[in-house]
Design a protein around this ligand. Structure first.
Ligand SMILES: [Zn+2]
Length: 359
């Protein structure tokens, strides 16, 4: 609100040196411009009403008293007309502001009789379903469920699993190291939990591990920098390759169904000896050949083998007395195969249309 015009309405036209019609018109023009600025300033209607139309301090009332009543005869008519126009303009504009504010308030009113907004209920993620099922299968076979940290040391992630420094097998697991942390890294597999479990538990040990692992992989249809692994291992006296095969057959039949076919292929892992890959008959084409199985009828499922006796040295087991097996694979991969999903990225995009199918 202009100070200058507030001062002017307290004085008479003579005082202000205004003696002709053009000067009166300019003076009331100035007052009207000030009013219009106030109307546009966002002040509430009641404040504006008191300031402009108030009985005691209103600027328009003051202009009426000080300008019209002191106006010389020939200027009375035009001064009165301009003040009346200004008053009408102020009344209409301030009323309009008041109505707009009232309507806004009415719009905000809460109708408590309306029904509430129903929130969507979340659902299990397909990978969660898979991990839960794996856990149930192994628990029913007498396995315990073990967990370990996702931030690991080089010792647990590599060294104690028979990956000596500079071992070429380290290169196959593109590792994410924590910057400035010395030798801390994000675990590249769940196998460190094997070492941690054996450290705190004497044989016999039967355990299943389910958890997140991380690798420096560029994302594509079958790779993700974070994925889930399931891992299973057993150590006791006289555990043999037959026990490994029997356990794997039992697991695959219970997970995929009784008719699934399995086969072993020799392989290499630093922490098992001998090592084997387990393939299952392609679930998409039933073995006749399709793009998913690259027309072979078989799909790689997991890596397995007899635990390398060198590992027992790290955990204080006697390799002459105990033996054991271990196997593991990506739980995300199991979810893809079980549900016939062809792109691993779909699992982690958080698209409700995709996730809703797994309720
Ligand atoms: Zn196939």
């Amino acid at each position: 609100m202009s100070e200058a015009i507030s001062e002017k309405v307290k004085r008479s036209l003579q005082d202000l040196g205004i003696g002709d019609e053009a000067a009166v018109t300019a003076l009331l023009g100035e007052l009207r411009a000030t009013l219009d600025r106030d109307l546009a300033s966002g002040q509430d209607a009641e404040t504006l009403r008191i300031h402009w139309l108030g009985r005691k301090q209103g600027l328009i009332g003051a202009a009426n008293d000080n300008w019209l009543k002191t106006a010389p005869g020939p200027l009375k008519r035009v001064t009165g007309k301009l003040i009346n126009e200004l008053r009408k303009h102020a009344e209409e504009s301030i009323d309009a502001l008041k109505n707009a504010a009232t309507q806004e308030l009415a719009g905000e009113r809460v109708d408590v009789t309306l029904p509430g907004i129903r929130r969507e209920i979340g659902a299990h993620h397909p990978v969660q379903w898979v991990m839960q099922e794996i856990e149930e299968i192994f628990r029913s076979m007498g396995y315990s469920v073990e967990t370990g940290p996702e931030i690991e040391t080089d010792y647990y992630n590599f060294e104690a699993l028979n990956f000596p420094p500079d071992h070429p097998a380290r290169d196959t697991q593109d590792t994410l190291f924590l910057a400035g942390s010395g030798n801390y890294l994000l675990r590249t597999h769940t196998s460190p939990v094997q070492i941690r479990t054996m450290e705190k538990q004497k044989p016999p040990v039967r355990a299943v591990v389910l958890g997140k692992v991380y690798r420096r992989d560029a994302p594509d249809a079958s790779h993700s920098f974070m994925f889930h692994q399931m891992e299973c291992f057993a150590v006791d006296t006289n555990v043999s390759l037959c026990d490994l095969k029997g356990t794997l057959n039992e697991f695959t039949r219970r997970f995929f169904g009784p008719h699934v076919k399995t086969r072993f292929r020799p392989s290499f892992f630093p922490f098992t000896e001998p090592s084997a890959e387990l393939d299952i008959g392609c679930l998409i084409c039933g073995g006749s050949g399709c793009p998913v199985c690259k027309r072979t009828g078989w799909v790689e499922l997991l890596g397995s083998g007899m635990i390398d006796p060198a590992l027992y040295g790290f955990v204080g087991y006697d390799p002459e007395k105990v033996s054991g097996f271990a196997f593991g694979c990506g739980a995300d991969r199991l979810a893809l195969m079980k549900y016939g999903i062809n792109d691993i990225q779909l699992l982690w995009q958080g698209d409700k249309r995709f996730l809703r199918q797994f309720r």
